[in-house]
Ligand binder design. Structure first.
Ligand code: SF4
Length: 366
């Protein structure tokens, strides 16, 4: 189970983590002062993104400390690879250094569910094109370029279980590795196999705190059951768990998100990640995108749970779209999406094909 870390332990860990990044910078730039300036810039950028506030907690799981799902837990090889690339993004040591640090990979078109909002609705259930070796060949190139976090999605990545284990095992010593999953069929035995192969974290989709409503949204009477099973099984063996939530307008208006955060607290889930519905895939041409007042409500919730001492025992509530007013999204610069057929995109929602070797230009500022 994850342990909430606050106060003195939290401050010490933060300091050690910054020193770790500084040390990476010293080795990279061969100059402590240059490294110090770049780390200072990295911290300032992060602070600007979160509105110059201070997070009140971290989480300890499996001997590592985590703040969110977008930065690898510390200490770990993935943390070092990831932040070495982050430093390169701020001050590259040569023009060909990309600063790419996260790769999201859709490893299959298979899925046991049929969700209302699926962004992959048009291609789901089609035959997979790339073999395991062909995926490895492609992922290898990005890991060699400094990618420190690999996220396996789909479809449902568990539907290609043996190949998923192969990927995890191959990149275990270099990268922080996550799955974006519905949790469907994630038994304790499978959780153990995933952890043994190298899984660090799992973002499990839960879109409604009421079982029947979630199941209707996901098109399966067993979906909620498997979300809860997956959460329990992964946490039991020390894998960091987050809940990925796609709240609709009506769900936000009814106060559902607050209820879902309470449920996450009850299940000891340390992170809730709020994703805005997008008018793509099954939602194409539908009026699903949130209005300003919905966004403001989500931002307020995120601020309340992340920066107030009154909510220390709650999960950290991430709302990435809420940070975009301060910083554009990193799609096409710091992260990329590799689709099931090997096509590269800035992210799963902005399907603008990327050149084989991405340039240091943001393609997605949505
Ligand atoms: S679980 Fe994911 S891939 Fe499967 S139908 Fe739902 S949204 Fe689509």
């Amino acid at each position: 189970m994850p342990k909430i870390v606050t106060k003195v332990e939290y401050e010490i860990v933060r300091l050690l983590m910054v020193i770790n990044i500084w040390w990476l910078g010293i080795k990279l730039y061969k100059n402590p002062l240059t490294a110090f300036k770049v780390v200072k810039q990295l911290i300032a950028d992060f602070q600007e993104m979160i509105g110059n506030k201070k997070l009140v907690r971290a989480f300890k799981i499996d001997g590592k400390y985590a703040w969110d799902m977008f930065n690898p837990a510390w200490p770990s090889p993935g943390f070092n690879t990831f932040f070495r690339s982050h430093l390169q993004e701020i001050k590259p040591t040569s023009p060909d250094q990309l600063g790419l640090r996260r790769l999201l990979i859709a490893i299959t078109k298979r899925c046991p569910l049929s969700c209302e909002h699926c962004s992959e609705g048009a291609t789901l259930y089609n035959r997979d094109v790339l073999s395991c070796d062909e995926f490895i060949h492609r992922i290898d190139k990005y890991v060699q370029q400094g990618v420190g976090q690999l996220i396996y999605s789909g479809g449902e990545p568990l539907s290609r279980f043996e190949d998923l284990l192969t990927f995890l095992d191959r990149f275990n010593t270099k990268c922080d590795q996550w799955i974006y999953t519905s949790g469907f069929g994630l038994t304790l035995e499978k959780a153990r196999e995933l952890k043994k192969a190298g899984l660090n974290g799992a973002a499990i989709s839960l879109d409604n705190h009421i079982e029947q409503n979630h199941n209707t949204f996901r098109g399966s009477s067993k979906s909620f059951y498997w979300v809860h099973e997956a959460v329990k099984n992964l946490q039991e063996i020390g894998v960091l768990v987050a809940l990925n939530v796609c709240p609709t307008k009506s769900y936000i208006e009814s106060g559902g998100v607050e209820e879902l955060i309470e449920l996450a607290k009850k299940w000891n889930v340390p992170i809730v990640n709020l994703l805005e519905p997008r008018a793509v895939g099954n939602y194409q041409d539908k009026e699903v995108e949130l209005e300003i007042h919905h966004k403001e409500r989500l931002k307020k919730l995120s601020n309340q749970f992340n920066f107030s001492q009154d909510f220390l025992v709650y999960p950290t509530v991430l709302y990435p779209a809420g940070y975009r007013s301060a910083k554009p999204c990193g799609g096409g610069i710091s992260y990329l999406f590799l689709d099931y057929d090997g096509t590269l995109y800035p992210c799963p929602f902005c399907k603008v094909k990327m050149p084989k070797v991405p340039k240091k230009t943001a393609l997605c500022e949505a």
